[in-house]
Design a protein around this ligand. Structure first.
Ligand SMILES: [Zn+2]
Length: 252
């Protein structure tokens, strides 16, 4: 299943759902709105990596955050058609570049103690993996995103190993009897971020089935974040996360 990017249809959806949480509205500028929507998708795939690791009790050799980034690139590559996949990857890389360029980002020693790799490392890793998945089609993209030639040389092998490793772990997750899917939390129809994720949920449910239901929620969190909660078995996309992407884009 390879999907075309049709985000604009989602963005035009009217927001009508009521609730205590605020409703994030995408900006009118098309490039900006696409950046935000693409990065929400990339981040959702990352959180799905944490969810898979939890509900399938997967072994993780190395940093879980890196494994989740890797799954995100694999899903971009495998779910979307070339142009759309490249746009999502570019937005993902751009978000890391914007994070890294925020004033004072590295002033606090805490950033080095964080469980995530540094923004710039994440940038090069996702670009490398995506390039490595299809080097013939993506040489120009790799050049545009300034992937160094030394690293690029090894990226096809890196991607092959990453993809084989993840799919070996996802063996048995075909949709079917006894397996559950992802589910949107109820009452979120018409909320633009939720509608965007609902499309992802529908698409992912065609490829994956899980021993537990994973619920997907859009909510106010009090901080720009997206996270998987193993207690609730839920993925939360915070409204503040989208707002922060918008702020970073507009600050450039
Ligand atoms: Zn994570």
């Amino acid at each position: 299943m390879r999907r075309l990017l049709m985000i604009s249809a989602v963005l035009l959806g009217l927001s009508s759902a009521a609730g205590a949480d605020s409703i994030y509205e995408f900006p009118e500028d098309e490039d900006e709105a696409n950046f935000i929507a693409n990065e929400v998708i990339a981040t959702f795939y990352h959180e799905l990596g944490h969810a898979f690791i939890d509900v399938l009790a997967l072994p993780v050799l190395g940093k879980e955050e890196d494994a989740a980034d890797t799954l995100s690139v694999i899903l971009m590559n495998d779910i979307w058609q070339e142009d759309a996949a490249a746009e999502i990857l570019t937005s993902d890389a751009t978000s890391y570049a914007l994070l890294a360029s925020q004033p004072g980002r590295f002033d606090d020693e805490q950033i080095f103690a964080d469980e995530h790799s540094l923004d710039i490392q994440r940038y090069y890793n996702v670009v490398c993996l995506f390039y490595g998945a299809n080097p013939e089609a993506r040489a120009q993209l790799a050049q545009d995103l300034e992937l160094p030639a030394d690293r690029a040389e090894r990226c096809p092998d890196e991607y092959a190993l990453a993809s084989e490793s993840w799919y070996a772990m996802l063996d048995g997750t075909e949709p079917g009897p006894g397996n559950h899917g992802l589910e949107m939390a109820p009452g979120q129809e018409g909320v633009p971020l939720a509608d965007l994720l609902a499309d992802e949920v529908a698409s992912l449910n065609e490829s994956f089935g899980l021993p537990e239901v994973i619920t997907v929620v859009v909510a106010d969190c009090g901080e720009p974040n997206a996270f998987y909660d193993p207690e609730q078995r839920s993925i939360t996309m915070c409204n503040e996360y989208a707002e922060n992407l918008q702020d970073m884009w507009e600050a450039e």
